[in-house]
Design a protein. Structure first.
Length: 307
């Protein structure tokens, strides 16, 4: 919120931390050879790096964080669309219905955000059209990142089918190989490092260490991001993909609500309606209702009969 263009230094810090951790515990200091040929990881990394950078720059183009979250929730649609086109997959009516709901929700939120940008820009006649054009460019960037992310998912799926599932290995290489690419963003990263160092001082509770508050925010972001990725990995080994998808969907919803309430982001009734469409459609796609029926039926059978 204080530095909307700081996405590159945030992403670089996350990549560096996860890469170092993976180099020590997964790659065994480089002594362990990858199960999947390294050339495939380079292709995957090129896609992953592009998606991360484009999503970061979208926040510089008049894209609010709630809209950013909602738009990225459309990854389900993009994955299904490319699955039909590339892998020739076919889905049930309920799946297509869920896609329609998610699409409608994203369209509603995007359209209402466009009206807000146009309304805010009208305060300054000179900057109005320019601000709206930047917003349109931001939407185009989010759309490109969405499709690229879906294509990366399909590429990963084909790799796992061919070489077996190696999620932890993929996590390490996806974060280690792109690190040289951040040299292209070095001026921007250095600029924000300087700005972070000039932010107000903050005393860390319990430890008593004093440091600029933006560095503290960055440290907490890196730690929580690492916990998130590790948590999702553990979840994929312990639960079905349906449960993982449901948990991640609910996490997005909680993040969105928190962003709206805590940071007081503008959110109208139309935005709430669009959000409801997105998440109901996502839950329909995961078929969580069908999974809950046996559980609910079991509870009803166990309920004592009324006298």
């Amino acid at each position: 919120r204080q530095f909307p263009g700081c996405g590159n230094i945030v992403t670089f810090s996350q990549f560096l931390f996860i890469a170092v951790e993976g180099f020590i515990f997964e790659a065994n200091f480089g002594r362990k050879h990858p199960a999947i040929p390294i050339r495939n990881y380079f292709i995957m990394v090129a896609m992953f790096f592009t998606v991360s950078v484009v999503n970061n720059y979208a926040l510089n183009l008049n894209i609010a964080m709630p809209l950013h979250m909602i738009f990225r929730s459309g990854s389900l649609i993009a994955s299904m669309a490319l699955g039909v086109i590339i892998l020739k997959k076919r889905y049930s009516v309920s799946k297509y219905t869920s896609i329609a709901l998610v699409s409608l929700g994203i369209f509603t939120c995007t359209f209402m955000s466009a009206k807000q940008v146009a309304s805010d820009s009208s305060l300054n006649q000179e900057d109005g059209p320019q601000a709206f054009l930047w917003w349109l460019l931001g939407i185009a960037a989010l759309t490109f990142a969405l499709l690229m992310s879906a294509r990366m998912g399909i590429f990963q799926e084909t790799l796992y089918q061919k070489f077996g599932k190696h999620s932890k290995e993929a996590l390490f290489y996806n974060h280690a190989l792109p690190l040289p690419g951040f040299l292209l963003l070095a001026p921007n990263i250095y600029q924000h490092a300087v700005l972070f160092s000039q932010s107000e001082l903050f005393q860390v509770p319990v430890i008593g260490l004093t440091l600029p508050i933006m560095w503290f925010y960055l440290l907490m972001n890196v730690i929580t991001q690492y916990i998130c990725i590790r948590g999702v990995f553990i979840l994929t080994t312990e639960c079905t993909s349906l449960t993982v998808t449901l948990v991640v969907t609910l996490r997005k919803f909680v993040s969105l609500i928190f962003s709206i309430l805590y940071f007081q982001n503008p959110f109208t009734g139309w935005h709430w309606l669009g959000t409801a469409f997105v998440f109901v459609g996502t839950l329909m796609y995961t078929e969580v209702w069908n999974s809950l029926r046996p559980f609910l039926g079991c509870c009803q059978r166990r309920r004592p009969k009324e006298e």
